[in-house]
Design a protein around this ligand. Structure first.
Ligand SMILES: Cc1cc2nc3c(=O)[nH]c(=O)nc-3n(C[C@H](O)[C@H](O)[C@H](O)COP(=O)(O)OP(=O)(O)OC[C@H]3O[C@@H](n4cnc5c(N)ncnc54)[C@H](O)[C@@H]3O)c2cc1C
Length: 520
């Protein structure tokens, strides 16, 4: 059986940043289920939120993050994020990441719910690509890091409370493998593809969450799914994201009658928090019997729009739309998971040898709603921290005991198309932006039936993640942040200012904010 020091699952910002740290000290195998660059990270447009400008302060970034989190942020995690963020962004720049500049100063963009211009971006709206390019260059300089594309992890091997390795399928060769390691870092991203409409690329299906849950880890705050208000709504086009930054720079939203409606919903109008804008759009769609609203940038100088948003401009052109001359049809789509595998501040999952970072994890930094552009920063900061903790673990823990080679059948990595389509529709209709107990209960029944019918491990994992989201949404009898229920339309501070936690055997329960969930 193959043996390495460390396995990293995922090649987005969190996985690559972790691999840079680990590869300096030991052998690393990066498993990634498709092409190396297939990840949400690659599609990130707006940029990275970081308090680096002269008129900004770490304390302001902290306050904005906590305000967006609607009472559920773990303050210590937020403090780590905003205080350590600047050093990790500077490090990325030192490694050759070319963020946009005005003269020799970094250019800072504005996004909703940020009290300062603090979003660093690259090539206008191609920030994610530039970050991936930089980190990959760094990883490739490390001779002991091996990257394995089309390697689909299907199971974490946990025995006696310790993670010993991973089973994966090489999807091109249709072969299956077991690898033993001192420590495993999960960096598999979110789970946008449990929804019919999502901005996430195809690889983002929540396997990391399902594998960790099966292995006995805790999943936290799964009910909090952020829906991006403005994904392209065009027949035959993917749900391409029209970044928050478009509204940050002055874009406005109009309904089918041309009326600018956001001022009726929130004082900050188009710059209100994402959940407010997304729900306002859904309400407006119902009110006007329409299936999309429109993003209008036609009042901004055309050269500014083309230069500031070159990729968005080109993509819209590709689908026959000119951002500088016409309104762009948009509607909400599932975008980001605030919840995930519960970790401490060093990415530890509570299972010896298993660490998690990035969107798959829940450190508590985002609370009930993520502040725009905080997730790339989270991947950088907590990717590095999780790796350092994994290194410390590997140097102090005894070598992992030997493992029986027990490979899964390669078919287990395939998804059942019919079940996936049904699941995504159920989730969109009953566990989406606007929820109600009756619909959630019926969604859980439907998902249970899908679980019984699911023929492969990958399909069962997708159903499991959907079920965990629906169960948490039913459990939380209030509305807060990204979770909105018409049968409990207000926050309930007395009862629900707490995390929801799910465990394979212990079921679902609450846990107070800002306290350790598991013993060291
Ligand atoms: C369109 C879009 C725009 C965004 N814009 C911004 C932005 O401007 N600023 C910001 O801060 N955030 C933004 N986000 C969110 C941000 O990009 C993500 O939260 C972040 O990149 C997640 O990084 P990650 O490393 O955790 O996961 P990802 O980047 O999603 O990477 C996950 C990796 O895991 C791999 N993987 C998954 N399952 C398996 C498996 N079973 N086996 C092997 N490999 C697996 C995937 O192939 C992928 O390589 C955006 C997201 C999208 C979709």
């Amino acid at each position: 059986m193959r043996e390495v020091d460390f396995i990293v699952i995922g090649s987005g910002i969190a996985g690559l940043r972790a691999a840079v740290e680990l590869g300096r000290a030991g052998s690393v195998l990066i498993l990634t289920k498709d092409e190396l660059t297939a990840s949400s990270t690659r599609y990130a447009q707006g940029g990275v939120a970081v308090a680096l400008s002269d008129d900004d302060e770490i304390a302001l970034h902290f306050e904005d993050t906590v305000r967006a989190g609607a009472g559920l942020c773990d303050l210590e995690a937020v403090r780590v994020l905003v205080e350590e963020g600047p050093q990790y962004v500077q490090e990325l720049i030192a490694w050759g990441c070319r963020f946009d500049r005005v003269g020799d100063q970094l250019a800072f963009g504005q996004e909703a719910a940020h009290s300062r211009r603090r979003i660093v971006h690259a090539r206008g709206d191609a920030t994610g690509r530039e970050i991936v390019r930089t980190l990959l260059e760094r990883v490739r300089e490390l001779p002991r890091v091996e990257i394995r594309p089309h390697a689909f992890a299907v199971r974490l091997l946990v025995h006696d409370g310790r993670c010993l390795g991973v089973q994966y399928v090489e999807t091109r060769a249709r072969t299956s493998h077991t690898v033993r390691a001192h420590a495993v870092v999960l960096a598999t991203g979110g789970a946008g593809h449990i929804y019919l409409h999502t901005t996430n690329p195809d690889v983002v299906t929540g396997e990391g969450m399902a594998m960790a849950y099966e292995a006995g880890a805790l999943l936290a705050d799964m009910e909090f799914v952020q829906f991006h208000p403005t994904a392209l709504h065009r027949e035959g086009a993917p749900r391409f994201l029209l970044s928050e930054a478009l509204r940050g720079e002055g874009g406005v939203l109009r309904n089918r009658f041309g009326e600018r409606f956001m001022p009726r919903y929130h004082d900050a109008a188009e710059l209100a928090p994402r959940d407010v804008v997304a729900r306002a759009i859904v309400t407006e769609l119902q009110r006007t019997d329409a299936d999309c609203v429109y993003l209008d940038l036609t009042h901004l100088p055309a050269h500014f729009v083309r230069e500031r948003f070159p990729r968005i401009y080109q993509t819209c052109r590709h689908y026959g739309l000119d951002l500088t001359r016409e309104w762009i049809p948009v509607s909400p789509a599932a975008h980001y998971f605030m919840g995930g595998v519960r970790t401490d501040l060093d990415g530890w999952t509570g299972i010896a040898g298993l660490f998690a970072a990035g969107e798959v994890s829940c450190t508590g930094v985002h609370g009930a709603n993520r502040l725009a552009s905080n997730s790339l920063l989270e991947g950088l900061v907590f990717g590095a921290r999780a790796a350092r903790r994994a290194l410390a673990f590997a140097s102090s823990a005894p070598a992992p005991p030997s493992l029986q080679e027990s490979n899964v059948s390669p078919e287990e990595a395939e998804m059942d198309g019919a079940i996936v389509r049904r699941l995504r529709t159920i989730m969109w209709e009953a566990v989406g932006l606007i929820r109600h107990g009756d619909q959630l209960r019926s969604a859980l029944d439907d998902l249970e039936a899908l679980r019984r019918a699911a023929p492969t491990l990958a399909t069962r994992h997708l159903v499991m993640v959907a079920w965990l989201v629906a169960r948490a949404a039913l459990f939380r009898e209030e509305s807060r942040g990204a979770h909105f229920r018409t049968d409990f339309p207000a926050p309930n501070e007395a009862q629900w200012r707490c995390h929801s936690i799910q465990h394979r055997e212990r079921g679902i329960f609450t846990h107070p904010i800002g306290t350790e969930v598991f013993a060291r």
